[in-house]
Design a protein around this ligand. Structure first.
Ligand code: NAD
Ligand code: UDP
Ligand code: UDP
Length: 341
């Protein structure tokens, strides 16, 4: 998928977990990348290794405010993704999804360029259809602690499709399922980062509820490949398209695999299940497969091993990626206070 050398690509949320990998891949393909982020959950350290690149630019900006720049494509990823982070300031989370989407759609409309929205499997809520297909409308609590994220993302999808109908915008909507890998925030409270950090430190592994709830985890490289394929697809491919790895596991199985791969002596303990925690989740990716020729390549075992190696570096203050040493040590300090167990 070679990019035209002159192509200027805006990535909002570009210094977050997924955004930083996307910026890296776009640069490797020859694009000019404008990374926009307010550093709420992302860090400068995530893109530190790109700062000297002559085709990379980093701009501190909050997408809830208008943005006037000149670009050829927009990936809209700005939004905290971990429940702990998005519930920290739920009003800001909704504003980021809704007002952020309006501003980025307004930008795309003025420039007449394609815009991709990082939507989420959370639009399905606690799904009553399993696995989830794109035509399922979801089962979302509109007034619960997860609603700022779920409903914010649902409203953003509505805006994307209304801008298409009303203004003929070239839109792409990806419904991203749980994704993991290096540069996940070590204290973001998501299950993979929690389990790995707890296992490496020999602390108790905290399973919420009975641990029989399921998720399907996609390795970051596969996910980024799917996002880029979606952006490159023809204008009639708008989505929403599920992007995720269909390999479904329970949290108990994930804990066992993490213990095995880390060689940890940690014990498993149970903690209360958070309110509205979805019981099961698994993407049906047949549309993405047919329309984009996309399917994940990295197994959970392989991806977890790579992620464990990354977190080992973070915990010892010598992240495996050489350019991340500064971020790694500050992440390690934050770990001291934030990871349960
Ligand atoms: P992340 O928290 O690491 O990254 C989000 C980035 O957006 C951060 O850099 C943050 O500082 C930035 N941001 C937040 N609010 C902003 C604002 N108002 N203005 C500018 N920047 C802002 O999360 P992530 O896992 O990289 O997720 C990226 C996107 O993908 C999000 O939109 C998320 O909803 C979506 N997504 C992720 C997953 C996943 O499993 N990682 C699953 C579904 C959807
Ligand atoms: N906008 C922006 N950059 C642009 C163009 C628009 O941030 O280059 C924002 C602007 O704040 C506007 C929003 O996008 O409120 C929606 O734009 P649109 O043109 O759809 O609506 P209008 O300007 O008519 O409100
Ligand atoms: N979870 C857990 N222990 C943890 C963190 C999370 O058992 O330390 C559970 C959580 O209750 C949920 C699943 O793992 O059932 C996935 O949680 P995560 O926050 O990673 O993603 P999401 O719920 O948004 O899919």
């Amino acid at each position: 998928m070679p990019y035209n050398l002159a192509q200027r690509i805006l990535v909002t949320g570009g210094s977050g977990f997924l955004g930083s990998h996307l910026c890296e891949r776009l640069l490797a393909n020859g694009a000019e990348v404008l990374c926009v982020d307010n550093f709420f959950t992302g860090t400068r350290g995530n893109v530190e290794h790109l700062l000297d690149h002559h085709r990379f630019e980093l701009l501190r900006h909050d997408v809830t405010f208008p943005l006037y720049v000149e670009v050829d494509q927009i990936y809209n990823l700005a939004c905290p993704a971990s429940p702990v982070h998005y519930q920290h300031d739920p009003v800001q989370t909704t504003k980021t999804s809704v007002i952020g989407a309006i501003n980025m759609l307004g930008l795309a409309k003025r420039l007449k360029v394609s815009i991709l929205q990082a939507s989420t499997s959370e639009v399905y809520g606690d799904p009553t259809v399993h696995p989830q297909t794109e035509d399922y409308w979801g089962n979302v609590n509109p007034i619960g602690p997860r609603s700022c994220y779920d409903e914010g993302k649902r409203c953003a999808e509505t805006l994307f499709f209304d801008y298409r109908r009303q203004h003929r915008l070239a839109i792409k909507v990806a419904r991203i399922f749980n994704t993991y890998g290096p540069r996940m925030h070590p204290n973001d409270g998501r299950v993979i980062s929690n389990f790995i950090v707890q296992a490496l430190r020999g602390h108790d592994i905290t399973i919420y509820g009975d641990g029989l709830q399921s998720r399907a985890f996609c390795y970051v490289d596969d996910l980024i490949d799917g996002l880029m394929r979606l952006m490159q697809s023809s204008d009639d491919v708008t989505g929403p398209l599920n992007l995720g790895n269909p390999n479904e596991v329970t949290m108990r199985e994930l804990a066992e695999l993490t213990i095995e791969l880390t060689g940890s002596r940690s014990n498993v303990v149970h903690r209360p299940l958070p309110q509205d925690d979805p019981r099961q989740r698994q993407p049906d990716i047949s549309h993405a497969n047919a329309l984009l020729g996309w399917a994940p390549q990295v197994s959970l075992r392989q991806g977890l091993a790579r992620t464990i190696a990354y977190f080992e570096g973070v915990l010892t203050g010598s992240a495996r990626e050489p350019s991340r040493s500064h971020a790694a040590s500050s992440d390690a300090r934050r770990l001291e206070r934030a990871v349960p167990g």
